[in-house]
Design a protein around this ligand. Structure first.
Ligand code: DGJ
Length: 696
């Protein structure tokens, strides 16, 4: 324990300084920004002479309970049953180590110890924050609210909030608003982060023109959550984030500790552009050594055959996929017994003998003989009402006694909080992965919990079912990593409904959306790349027009868009003629040459899909710069802006260096690329380019 009253955590380029408040028993933010920002009077100080509220209500507090902060929003609401809600605590000490800090507050009357925890993430500009709550008395406590952390950002004229919102098939739409008064909240009660909002937020001072310094938070929780931004009396915007207990509150028994999910907090002086790179670097770190495994070019047959899976058609697709250069063949939904459509089969994870008349094992071997890795889709948490699994274990699904079990997509949800269900799922995955040469698993989830009870398990509010489900899900994913380390795992939830740092740390790629229509996909990816790294972004080239947006774009456009992350193909290749297949083979070959730059390099978003030309620039560790350029405007041959070619200004290059585009035999100075940009001449047949520049 130290006697300090002020502490600074340092990341690569930032400092985060916390102090004990001169006004009461709480910690508050002193400064957060570039190195050195803590020297000088705190930008969060103000007069505190506000009528009618307490100093705690006006303070840029790091974490305060209801009780001490009665009016303007508390981060913790705790009570003993039958007593007043609230905590009134005292500072009990700090423990500081290199890169970490723990601040402890105790309420002896309530019997609660609260520890605010901080840890820097090495080689990034991210600080993790979370809270530990310990019941120190001999009576249980009820926690109605237990956020992970509160984060204060001083703003002069309101906050510009950037968030990722949407719905199924339109996930990750980058959205902005200015918050000058009041509250903005987003979240999910669907047992997964959800399609509607990503658990991610960026905050900038709305008074700053252009891409102002940006603060960001992201919650590491694949269950119910909220993220709330509130305009504070002192002029700051205060962000609170945490779990939302399904039962409305959780019980903390004497001696027990509740550890909240971590909130990752990031800062970049280079605005949203820089902030995205902070998150990318953080996610590359989350991936660890697996980052250096090349992400193979996948073919997935879902859009080609849907539930109509049989060995002959799949092999025909696999042959075509191998010919164009795919490295991995994934059979999606529909391979198991009882799965003629989406009304049955889930839970009975046995290959359909009718679909694979010579045996599934032989089918996998035949795919492997084409030189392809083999991958399989599964939805481990799901069960169909007509399945053998449900007949045998009706008690394994969430249900409330006396209430109907509603169906979503004709299916029920297994209670993955139960250890016997976890063991079943683990055993199923082990059986499939050891019984066949499978090196890729797509874990899907298409059904959020509705009625969420566990029959016979006692009072629902003693269960914390959301946290139990999350723990079961993470336990099974952890098992996959340790027992089957060679297997690549793709995370998916009816598109992009389960994208969060806990999932990301245990998977290799994520599926952002079911919508692969070219211009729609571009918007999804644009938002996704603000928060997440290219190496986790799975993307397929599909037939056009396909299921969604019919606006026509070339095959080149679809390839260049999908190459912005991890390239896959989902088109019905049986319908592609030789010319189309040859073009696809050319794109896949080019992608293989540059994927290392895309997955390991620093990415910059150039413009937005609302611009007539936009793109992504990747600066690789080997001196190569790859630019994926996309023309989104009219393709009738007329110049987009009469008399002017389209240009994409690059960023971050050395103005004095020379960069050569071997394909067009052109050499540019860095200054030219930064000032004028790369030129493009879009036309009816030409709406995308992949430019590779080599530093001379
Ligand atoms: C939803 C996924 O997002 C799709 O990619 C596909 O796997 C279907 N489920 C299969 O049912």
């Amino acid at each position: 324990m130290t006697r300090n009253r002020r502490w600074t955590l340092r990341t690569d380029h930032t400092g985060y300084t916390v102090r004990l408040s001169p006004d009461g028993p709480w910690a508050e933010l002193d400064a957060w920004g570039p190195h050195g920002v803590e020297t000088g009077p705190s930008a969060l100080d103000w007069s505190h002479r506000t009528h009618f509220i307490t100093p705690a209500d006006a303070a840029p507090a790091e974490y305060l309970p209801y009780g001490l902060r009665p009016f303007t929003g508390a981060d913790l609401i705790a009570a003993r049953p039958g007593t007043e809600r609230g905590a009134w605590w005292a500072f009990a000490g700090a423990a500081e180590e290199e890169g970490s800090l723990r601040l402890t507050f105790t309420d002896e009357v309530l019997g609660l110890r609260t520890v605010l925890c901080y840890a820097t993430v090495p080689d990034t500009d991210v600080i993790h924050r979370w809270t530990e709550l310990v019941c120190t008395g001999d009576e249980e406590l009820w926690l109605e609210r237990f956020d992970s952390a509160a984060v204060n950002v001083p703003v002069t004229a309101g906050a510009r909030l950037t968030y990722l919102a949407g719905q199924w098939s339109q996930e990750f739409q980058r959205t902005q608003l200015t918050l000058s008064r009041g509250t903005f909240t987003m979240g999910s009660r669907q047992g997964v982060p959800g399609h509607a909002y990503a658990p991610w937020l960026a905050v900038q001072d709305a008074a700053d023109p252009g891409d102002a310094p940006a603060y960001g938070v992201a919650l590491e929780w694949p269950g119910n959550w909220h993220l709330t931004a509130e305009a504070e009396p002192g002029g700051a915007v205060r962000i609170r984030a945490g779990r939302v207990p399904h039962e409305g509150r959780v019980r903390l028994a004497p001696g027990d500790t509740l550890t909240t999910p971590r909130l990752a907090c990031a800062f970049s002086a280079e605005g949203l552009d820089g902030l995205s790179r902070v998150w990318h670097r953080f996610e590359r770190r989350l991936t660890g050594e697996r980052l250096h495994r090349p992400r193979k070019v996948l073919y997935n047959s879902w859009e080609a055959t849907a539930f109509d899976v049989d060995a002959a058609a799949q092999l025909e697709l696999a042959k075509a996929a191998a010919e164009i250069g795919a490295e991995l063949f994934v059979v999606d939904d529909g391979w198991f017994t009882g799965r003629a459509d989406d009304t049955g089969g889930l839970g009975d994870w046995h290959p359909d003998p009718v679909a694979f008349p010579h045996g599934f094992g032989r089918f996998v071997e035949e795919v492997r003989a084409l030189g392809l890795d083999f991958g399989l889709w599964i939805e481990p948490e799901a069960v169909s009402p007509g399945s053998a699994l449900y007949a045998e274990h009706p008690d394994w699904v969430y249900r409330i006694d006396g209430r109907p079990a509603r169906l979503v997509r004709h299916q029920l949800l297994l209670d993955l909080g139960r250890t016997d269900v976890q063991d079943f799922v683990t055993a199923t995955l082990d059986r499939l992965l050891t019984g066949h040469d499978i090196s890729y698993l797509k874990w899907d989830m298409n059904r959020p919990p509705t009625e969420r009870g566990r029959p016979g398990a006692g009072p629902a509010d003693h269960l914390d079912l959301d946290a139990q489900h999350v723990a079961g899900y993470l336990r099974v994913l952890d098992h996959l990593r340790t027992a089957h380390p060679r297997v690549t795992v793709e995370g998916c939830a009816g598109g992009g409904a389960r994208v969060d740092h806990a999932t990301l740390a245990r998977t290799d790629v994520l599926w952002p959306s079911d919508n692969t229509a070219p211009l729609d996909r571009l918007a999804v990816q644009y938002g996704f790349l603000h928060a997440h790294a290219p190496h986790v972004m799975s993307s397929w080239v599909t037939d056009a027009p396909g299921v969604f947006d019919p606006r026509p774009r070339s095959l080149a456009f679809r390839f260049v868009t999908a190459m912005c992350g991890v390239l896959g193909v989902g088109a019905d290749l049986r319908r592609w003629d030789a010319e189309r297949r040859a073009e696809a083979a050319g794109w896949i070959a080019r992608y293989k040459e540059v994927r290392e730059v895309i997955h390991l390099g620093e990415a910059r978003l150039l413009g937005s899909p609302l611009d007539a030309t936009c793109g992504v620039q990747y600066d690789g560790p080997d001196g190569r710069t790859v630019v994926a350029a996309l023309g989104t405007g009219r393709l009738d041959g007329a110049p987009l802006v009469p008399g002017r070619p389209a240009r994409l200004r690059l960023r971050g290059l050395d103005p004095a260096a020379r960069y050569r585009d071997a394909a067009s035999a052109t050499t540019y100075s860095g200054a030219h690329l930064l000032h004028y940009g790369l030129p493009f001449a879009w036309s009816a047949g030409h709406d995308a380019e992949l430019v590779v520049l080599t530093r001379q």
